[in-house]
Design a binder for this molecule. Sequence first.
Ligand SMILES: [Mg+2]
Length: 222
Amino acid sequence: MNAVLWDVDGTLLLNSAVAGRLYDRAITEVTGARPSGRRPNEHGKTDAQILTERLADLGLDAGLLPTVRERLDALSADAYTGEAARRTAPGVERAVTAVAAAGWRNGLLTGNSPARIRAKFASAGLDSGLFDEPLWFTGEATPVRADLARRARAAVPHGELVIVGDTPSDGEAAAAAGIPFLGVTTGAFDAAVLREAGAVLVLPDLVAGLDDLLTALARLDR
Ligand SMILES: [Mg+2]
């Protein structure tokens, strides 16, 4: 079995302008403490990483993570409505369908929890059933993205895997598990940064880059 493991934010879905606020709300509702506001450069971090860092900033116990995480899932269920609804990146459905037609499974490797993936996909009109659930490697419990890639590698010991993502963290996670990394520039980083993070190929998006993606998969499929 071969599989493409897709990142979610900035890769399958365009980034949200108000991305950081739900984490703060979840922390405030659980602890009463008020995080101090915006933080730059959280792209590519897992939910557990972002929450752990914010709890530490406030001098709060890291043991609060499971409770805050549950609150974040609950808040996410109805957070992406109206103007906050997420949108798919260009060419996503077609690319995912083409990957499946080429004989590869579609999975996810993302910092989001399963509940948050479903909420975001639903708001964007993206069918979560396009992605095989046994191949969802999700970051609600680990602050280390590379753990997800290592878990994926262990789950698919004999097949080829490819990680597609929009941040250097995707590349670092892929490298830690010996998985090839394909970058897309639909998120917060440009091609040079993604190449430096180890991308074997960088696609401008999944419309212009679809042929190159399929060619790369065919080359890896030995
Ligand atoms: Mg991303």
